[in-house]
Write a protein of this length. Structure first.
Length: 157
């Protein structure tokens, strides 16, 4: 299963005061006879306003990012414990869930988190965007190649 496409049972979905929608999923699975991988995913979705994109210093980058992310920024956080006895599954799941919800309310609920998350995603996208532009430039120069070079001077008759 692709980590980016994981979905599971929704344990909780809340909207924080700073506009971030948080959904917590259970992704646990049985790994052996009576042993489990207990996994909880926290997905934080921030809706980005147009004025936040407009505030970026690079208009071309802002436009490309807006098209790429469709005005949403997603941050995933995972907590897991491996090889847990089936009898302890519920207790461990509750413990991981409680840890995540406490962190979400204390850390992700602040206005600073939303701003820093957007800044982090802009920096990540900037790097990806620059690499894509460089690859396009290299591909364009390779297409202009006139064919093989003349190596006749390397050989004697």
């Amino acid at each position: 299963m692709n980590k980016n496409n994981e979905s599971g049972k929704i344990l909780e979905s809340i909207m924080l005061a700073n506009g971030i929608k948080v959904t917590i999923y259970e992704l646990s699975k049985k790994i052996a006879a009576d042993r489990w991988l207990i996994k909880v995913k926290c997905e934080a979705v921030l809706t980005v306003q147009d004025d936040q994109f407009d505030a970026l210093d690079d208009a071309e980058l802002a436009s490309a990012m807006k098209r790429d992310c469709a005005n949403t920024v997603i941050h995933n956080l995972f907590r897991e414990r491996n090889f847990i006895d089936e009898k302890e599954k519920g207790e461990v799941l509750q413990e991981l869930f409680d840890q995540l919800t406490e962190n979400v309310r204390a850390y992700m609920g602040g206005e600073l988190f939303a701003r820093k998350l957007f800044e982090k995603k802009v920096a990540e996208f900037r790097l990806k965007y620059q690499m894509q532009k460089e690859m396009e430039r290299v591909a364009a120069t390779e297409e202009e190649d006139d064919g093989p070079a003349d190596f006749s001077a390397c050989f004697r008759d």
